[in-house]
Design a binder for this molecule. Sequence first.
Ligand code: AMP
Length: 385
Amino acid sequence: MLVLVINSGSSSLKYQVRDIAEGSVLTEGLIERIGVSNGGQGDGEVVGPADHAEALEQVGAAIHEVLGDRQLDAVGHRVVHGGERFGEPVLIDNEITRAIERLNPLAPLHNPANVLGIRAITKKWPDMPQVAVFDTAFHRSLPEHAWRYAVPDELYTNHGIRRYGFHGTSHEYVTNRAAALLDIPVEEFDGVIAHLGNGASVTAIRGGKSVDTSMGFTPLEGLVMGTRSGDLDPSILVFLARTGWNAEDLDSMLNRESGLKGLAGNNDMRSVVEAAESGDSRAATALAVTSYRLAKYIGGYHVAVGGAKALVFTAGIGENSHQFRALVGEKLGALGIELDAGLNSERSKEPRVISTNASAIPVLVVPTDEERAIAEATAAAVAAG
Ligand code: AMP
């Protein structure tokens, strides 16, 4: 089965074609600047495709060049917000598309773009089976005590203000692979998964299911990220609002100017580690805050899962930054966790153990692959009818 995976943003469209039986990637690409024109300013006119439909024409042509006569069997869409309704990938029809659209207020930057991608495919290939794979779905298993905010009830009942969690596709995929590496059924996996990319979240897994996760109503809550603050005292926003900051100012500060960027002036972990190693004290502080926040969450989630049996690192930083993993590891001695310096600093693309034999629980590095997970979920949903 050939599956086209679409990750549609407001002005970009990432795609990948996968052969499910072979487990291979046949082609992939990124179309940018959708609907963006510089109006002829600057060095020549830079004009992207007018809309998502035109971007898909480009994708269709690029795919055709690689596939020749082979036909796509299905399209899988990464959809950011599935709200309280979607706990599984679903085959898309008009009603599902409208349901995703109704969730726009909860993910105003993402769901509208996802819907544009779905409608563009429907227009181009009306008979193509399409599947929506939701970033929030894996966290539908959170118990109420983990997803409730302690605010007046009507904020939840009237506005849907609760914790939803994100990165679910990655957390689920990595949970399955970690259980396989440990040679236990996923239903017996209790552990903590740290997805550390430019966006970062940590999830408590009990019996293979998500029981708590650090991102909340939006992806802003929780860990210190590339440009997002993660947790802070909400009164800071009230304080700033009283001094004249408006909603846009606050949103931009918290989501785009904070995190590693706010603390160290750079959102890229490699650069921050290098700066810290060459004596930059702001970078050292940024690493200390970021690793401490994560270590606190890991301690909390050890409790949430009734005693973690494994700790797993994944995504750009989790898979590649042995320096950052070491900083987190050295704070976890109270849990009996001990990283093996040699194993930790080895480079590999394979799932692996990086803790010592004496460590109370194994610490793993498991590469994530969200596109593969979406493609496989799409194939399964199509096969199930
Ligand atoms: P992601 O969002 O998963 O692509 O992760 C992006 C983050 O991973 C950035 O902070 C990068 O600096 C970090 N990263 C990627 N490759 C490496 C590497 N080789 N060493 C350290 N950090 C890395």
